[in-house]
Design a protein around this ligand. Structure first.
Ligand code: B12
Length: 299
């Protein structure tokens, strides 16, 4: 997707008249640029700022997907040619939120898939951040600030995913007690929304009994658990078994995260384990009756 939108595309995405969009462009409410022919064009990053400021949500997807794939990955969001991941990494380390927004939105625009963005862009970039932190080339505050910036941008990207109708299936989830990681479970929520699920992200560091209480209260069709860190594996295995015992039979459990090692997983009962978000997208769509081919360019 070209990361500049037309007034017609924005009007359709928000289900408003094109003349309203043109008025917002001319009044400066929506950041706008002009083509040589004088046509209004709206940068995606600017559109996201407008959505954030006006607390609006797109009601229909921005563009039919089939026009998305011919953009390739070499983007030039800030007027400098460069590998987008390297640009994103540097912007995160510098704490430059606007540059992060430009690079991330352009990368999202190139594939319009949260799952792809999470696996190929965000996870990869944070792995490098982890390595640089681990060998002392990066200050802890830079890592934490990077997480905060990324989390805010994910909230903004959420507004680009059409609201799921109230009769859509419900998925709830989070990270267990002792696990302070918020990005993975925040991303799971976006991937599930993108695949037609209503979602309730309960956040991180949740004692398993309170997750059981949430399942009892809301009777979701799916429960997700993101497990990036375990203080006490044995306590988790016994606590998880108690949770599994009280789950309604309609609730399907999907788990993921770095702490779910090959030794630990066989000791847990669950319906699905995914290594990454693109697998989750396929699982979530299949559960929703939408079968995607496993052709790599499909998600
Ligand atoms: C950011 C970060 C933190 C932050 C997180 C802040 C936040 N707001 O989320 C905080 C400050 C909490 C943190 C703390 C620690 N961290 Co840390 N952290 C990281 C870092 C840099 C990025 C992790 C991240 O969020 N990545 C982005 C997400 C999207 O990717 P991901 O987690 O890899 O998830 C992918 C898959 O696992 C899967 N997935 C994940 N969850 C789920 C769920 C489902 C349902 C599904 C289907 C899939 C799925 O999909 C994702 C890909 O898209 C990693 C480096 C790295 N290599 O990743 C170190 C890293 C994981 N941390 C590490 C360590 C050691 C710690 C501490 C123990 C340090 C300490 N001594 O205190 C603490 C533990 C805190 C705790 N109790 O939880 C080590 C772990 C080493 C190891 N052997 O496992 C790493 C690898 C750094 C390093 N290189 O040493 N950390």
């Amino acid at each position: 997707m070209d990361e500049h939108l037309t007034t017609r595309q924005v009007a359709e995405a928000l289900s408003v008249s094109e003349s309203s969009v043109k008025r917002w462009c001319d009044s400066g409410d929506i950041p706008t640029v002009r083509t040589v022919g004088g046509h209004r064009r709206i940068p995606l990053a600017g559109f996201m700022e407008f959505l954030e400021e006006t607390k609006r949500q797109v009601v229909s997807p921005l563009l039919p997907t089939n026009r998305l794939r011919d953009v390739g990955t070499r983007v030039d969001p800030v007027g400098e040619l460069g590998d987008p991941k390297a640009l994103f990494l540097q912007a995160l380390k510098d704490g430059d939120e606007n540059r992060c927004r430009k690079v991330l939105t352009t990368a999202y625009a190139s594939r319009e898939s949260m799952a792809w963005l999470a696996d190929e862009f965000i996870m990869a970039t944070f792995q490098t951040i982890g390595q640089q932190w681990d060998c002392g080339d990066l200050e802890i505050y830079q890592e934490r600030r990077g997480c905060e910036i990324c989390s805010r941008l994910l909230h903004e990207l959420r507004r680009l995913i059409p609201e799921v109708p109230q009769n859509g299936p419900l998925a709830i989830g989070g990270a267990p007690a002792g696990d302070q990681y918020t990005l993975p479970t925040q991303i799971v929520e976006l991937v599930l929304r993108e695949n037609g699920w209503r979602t309730m992200n309960l956040g991180s560091n949740l004692p398993l009994p309170t997750i059981a209480a949430a399942v009892q209260q809301h009777q979701p069709r799916m429960l997700w658990l993101s497990v990036s860190h375990l203080e006490d594996q044995e306590a988790f295995v016994s606590g998880y078994a108690k949770l599994a015992d009280v789950l309604p039979k309609e609730t399907v459990v999907v788990i993921g995260g770095r702490a779910l090692t090959d030794d630990l997983r066989p000791r847990l009962k669950y319906h699905g384990h995914c290594d990454n978000m693109q697998q989750l997208a396929l699982f979530a769509a299949a559960m929703h009756g939408k079968r995607h081919t496993l052709n790599s360019s499909d998600n």
